[in-house]
Design a protein around this ligand. Structure first.
Ligand code: URP
Ligand code: ZN
Length: 470
């Protein structure tokens, strides 16, 4: 228990979703009580407050990462960050809310059964606030009726996959999008064309082409584009059902989203991830290429440029991480160098905010854009705003302080992720988080976690509202 119920973050450069100012932030308990111009005389009711000197620091809303996979059971392995190590890493990197994508569970597992399992995985472990996206294996009557239970539990988004064992057919997608629209939920989709990628993978296996360089070749960007087009068309037919396309990786895939938006389709949202913005497919030529076996795979530098442009034009609205960590040593052991046998995924929950902060310091984006993509937009889209994702009176005091004078190269040793590598090794950083608050409590300071295990709270989310989002 920390001593001070009242805190003042004094004299920092505050960047919120739609303003930037030198200000003092007054925190009472878990919430922001008010914001005053910097160095205003402290009101008497705050005379006993703890003062956190933010001079020279940049003060941002805590990050909202709407795409993590903690403790993910994929059958051959379990992702290495659970809800304790994953949320500690998130907090140390300046993220104060996560929305986790659940595993499928056994065949036939209903979404609400999976929700109960995930409550058990997260409670007593998470150090920051969290929610889950539901997951569906099919569009049976039982699943559709179960979505109503999910909604009552405050889960207002579900995810379906167009590849993997429990992929959805076009008919399933139509039925599910109709139902989620009716319930005020958002349908999140992993869009990759299963048929093409399966055929390519099987052909490569037959030809003995199983080194990691064949991973991206087996999942070309046309796979993403075909699936994005297909699911956007279905959402359109269902009357612009709310649709959120996760982890867009390619120019081709994003172009399909762009076309649908340009044709006037509403309630259509896209996400990309740092790996598709900061890394590229030349990494598959390296000896440690297995580290980058993730789906979708890394693409070309031209794809990354296209994604940045789409973010700037509001065609893609969020940056989540798809954090799904497996030790490199485990990937090596399980795959023996064969990409088809390697667990897919990579860590990133702790690096996201630092990478985006640095991009802003470099001048190619603004800090406000970074805040919108990493905090405000995901909070709005997924029914958490203005409790989360902003610095406003009445909002939760979820805040991160960055020191722009701390320049260093990103290294695995700095991070708290339970993994033996970071894909972002040696990327130069122009600023790191020095203090993170979650609901008014300091949860990390100078790269050390101070959070009590299990302090994070489950967040019931509001239903999707087009008027509230961006
Ligand atoms: O490779 C990845 N991204 N693994 C996580 C599961 C998924 O496909 O999103
Ligand atoms: Zn994912």
């Amino acid at each position: 228990m920390q001593l001070f119920a009242k805190k003042i973050i004094r004299g920092g450069f505050v960047v919120a979703d739609n303003e930037e100012l030198l200000a003092d932030i007054y925190i009472s308990g878990e919430r922001i009580s008010h914001i005053l111009p910097a160095d205003t005389e402290i009101p008497t009711d705050f005379s006993d407050a703890e003062v956190l000197d933010a001079t020279g620091l940049v003060v941002l809303p805590g990050g909202v990462d709407a795409h993590t996979h903690f403790d993910l059971d994929i059958g051959i392995a379990r992702s290495s960050d659970d809800f304790f190590t994953g949320t500690v890493a998130a907090a140390c990197g300046g993220t104060t809310t996560i929305i986790d994508h659940m595993a499928f569970g056994n065949k036939g597992t209903l979404p609400s059964k999976q929700l109960a399992t995930y409550h058990e995985l997260a409670k007593d472990k998470a150090v920051i606030d969290y929610s889950f996206h539901g997951v569906v294996q099919n569009a049976s009557a039982e699943v559709l009726s179960d979505l109503e239970n999910l909604k009552k539990e405050g889960i207002t988004s579900i995810k379906g996959y167009m590849t993997y064992d429990y992929r959805l057919t076009e008919e399933d997608l139509t039925i599910l999008l109709r139902k989620t629209k009716e319930l005020g939920m958002i349908f999140c989709v992993h869009a990759e064309n299963h048929l093409t990628l399966t055929q390519l993978r099987e052909q490569f296996i037959k030809e003995g082409k199983t080194s990691p360089i064949y991973h991206p070749k087996s999942r070309p960007s046309t796979c993403e584009a075909d699936a994005v087009k297909c699911v956007c068309d279905i959402a359109k037919q269902v009357g612009d059902a709310p649709l959120y396309i996760v982890h867009l990786s390619s120019a081709r895939g994003t172009f399909e989203l762009k076309k649908a938006l340009a044709a006037g389709q509403k309630n259509l949202m896209g996400e990309t991830c740092p790996q598709y913005l900061f890394l590229d497919d030349s990494l598959y030529e390296k000896e440690d290429a297995l580290k980058y076996v993730m789906s979708p795979p890394l693409r070309t530098p031209d794809d990354s440029s296209f994604l940045w442009e789409a973010l700037k034009k509001h065609e893609i609205e969020t940056i989540g991480t798809d954090h799904c960590s497996f030790f490199y040593s485990e990937k090596q052991k399980l795959s023996c160098g064969d990409f088809t046998k390697s667990p897919n995924g990579a860590p990133g929950v702790e690096s996201r905010m630092m990478l985006l902060f640095t991009e802003a310091q470099n001048g190619s984006i603004s800090l406000r854009q970074a805040v919108n993509w990493c905090s405000t937009n995901p909070a709005k889209i997924f029914g958490l705003y203005p409790k989360k994702g902003t610095i406003k009176e009445g909002s939760d005091a979820d805040i991160v302080l960055f020191d722009p004078s701390k320049h260093t190269n990103l290294q695995k040793e700095m991070l708290h992720e339970n993994c033996d590598y970071t894909p972002y090794e040696n990327i130069p950083l122009k600023g790191i988080p020095v203090l993170t608050l979650s609901r008014g409590e300091i949860v990390s300071k100078d790269g050390t976690s101070l959070a009590q295990k299990g302090r994070g709270k489950f967040l019931k989310r509001a239903e999707y509202s087009a008027s509230k989002h961006v």
